[in-house]
Design a protein around this ligand. Structure first.
Ligand SMILES: Cc1cc2nc3c(=O)[nH]c(=O)nc-3n(C[C@H](O)[C@H](O)[C@H](O)COP(=O)(O)OP(=O)(O)OC[C@H]3O[C@@H](n4cnc5c(N)ncnc54)[C@H](O)[C@@H]3O)c2cc1C
Length: 387
């Protein structure tokens, strides 16, 4: 069977949906979005209880500015969907023993202060008074931090997108075909002919990526949720910020009665087709140890949920948002390197501008698909370490 569409989007995670949403608002194009496992599947990186929103990006002002822009777009989405998607909690960055992490926290404070974004420095006494859940000699507070209700956002976008006329279907692209009729072939043997194609297939990007383009590696990330032992109310979004410790981060009990704790970075490259999707016991123990040091009430708390999720890492953790240099009708969005969710509405808008041949209204030079035009690896502070 041959299907014709103006724009085909592969991948119905948050990035594909946000792109479909933006295109559908800006044009009358016929849009078909295909996802291999369907919207809200358990394998994609976007379908989880919650995700961190923050302005803090160490010295990297570009991402801070992107977060400022994204916040406005999240608010628009909340308004259009009539749903609360982002809970403002602030981000508390706790100083510990890791010099990279401490450097990131201080640099974030300096950047936010320079941009007049109201960051605060908290000494021990003030820290204990305001946030008795935590133990540290010093902290920095980014008041713009918050919790994105990830799955809820995914379904809200899916429903708005379909309301705007986008066709959303299950389907796996197995091959891209170029020539007189650019098309994709699906696992079911269909041919989808398109004028423009958007590839947002996250950790599976390598399956359809030319080796000439910026490479990515799928890595396995582990998340655990602990129930506080004594005072659950102290850990609700009303009273508890998102937090960073030396090598871990955590989120209050938003969307679940458990506090999420996870390593900021864990290099565990995997093949997304057969990644082990259960959490290792040693990670649970490591998360408990971190809590013993920084958040004592969680250290022996009941383990209420675990999840494994895949990052799509580029070498320098910068995204790829670009047209394909060999096939300009193809637009790539991948390499979100474990920190893309907060920017989803902005990324959707930028990818939509590339598809519709408009000038992107935010600088995207850092996000080239051409490996020779990427920033060096040392710049990265995206996951909360390094300056
Ligand atoms: C554990 C974890 C914690 C994170 N925490 C944060 C955070 O706190 N803050 C933040 O900003 N970001 C965070 N991120 C990053 C963020 O979640 C991701 O950057 C984002 O969800 C990526 O979305 P995506 O749409 O690109 O990919 P995905 O959500 O993975 O979607 C890709 C989709 O493509 C489909 N697909 C694959 N192959 C094909 C094919 N051949 N044909 C059709 N469909 C296909 C899949 O079925 C999948 O649904 C985190 C990520 C993880 C894994």
């Amino acid at each position: 069977m041959v299907i014709n569409t103006d724009i085909c989007i592969l991948g119905g995670g948050i990035m594909g949906l946000a792109t479909a949403y933006s295109i559908s608002k800006a044009s009358d194009s016929k849009i078909l979005l295909l996802d291999r496992y369907g919207i809200g599947n358990d394998y994609c990186s976007s379908n989880d209880v919650n995700r961190v929103f923050r302005y803090s990006y160490g010295n990297d002002e570009h991402y801070t500015r992107m977060a400022v822009e994204s916040l406005k777009l999240w608010k628009n989405l909340e308004e259009e969907s009539g749903q609360k998607l982002l809970l403002p909690t602030g981000l508390l960055m706790l100083q510990g023993e890791d010099q990279d992490a401490n450097g990131f926290n201080e640099a974030s404070y300096r950047t936010l202060s320079r941009l007049k974004l109201e960051a605060e420095q908290l000494e021990a006494e003030e820290l204990e008074k305001r946030f008795p859940q935590f133990r540290a000699d010093k902290g920095f507070f980014d008041p713009h931090g918050g919790v994105l209700l990830a799955s809820k956002a995914l379904y809200a976008l899916s429903s708005l997108t379909q309301k705007h006329g986008v066709t959303v279907r299950k389907g796996q692209a197995t091959r891209l075909i170029f020539g007189e009729h650019p098309s994709i072939e699906t696992a079911a043997g269909e041919i989808v002919r398109f004028d423009k194609l958007v590839l947002t297939i996250g950790p599976w990007s390598n399956t359809l990526l030319s080796p000439r383009l910026t490479s990515m590696v799928s890595t396995r990330q582990q998340l655990v949720y602990f129930k506080p032992q004594k005072n659950l109310d102290l850990f609700r979004p009303r009273t508890c910020p998102v937090f960073f410790t030396d090598k871990h981060y955590g989120l209050p009990t938003a969307g679940i009665d458990g506090v999420k704790v996870s390593p900021k970075e864990l290099n565990d490259p995997v093949d997304p087709e057969n990644a082990n999707r259960s959490v290792d016991n040693e990670q649970i123990v490591a998360c408990r140890d971190v809590c013993r040091r920084f958040v004592p009430d969680l250290a022996d708390g009941e383990l209420v949920h675990t999840k494994v999720c895949l990052y799509d890492m580029t070498e320098n953790s910068d995204f790829v948002l670009d047209r394909d240099p060999d096939h300009p009708e193809v637009v790539h969005g991948y390499g979100f390197s474990g920190h893309g969710f907060k920017f989803a509405p902005l990324i959707g808008r930028l990818l939509s501008e590339l598809v519709l041949d408009k000038e992107p209204n935010f600088p995207i030079e850092n996000f080239s698909a051409d490996p020779s035009r990427r920033r060096p690896t040392t710049v990265g502070a995206h996951l909360g370490k390094g300056k």
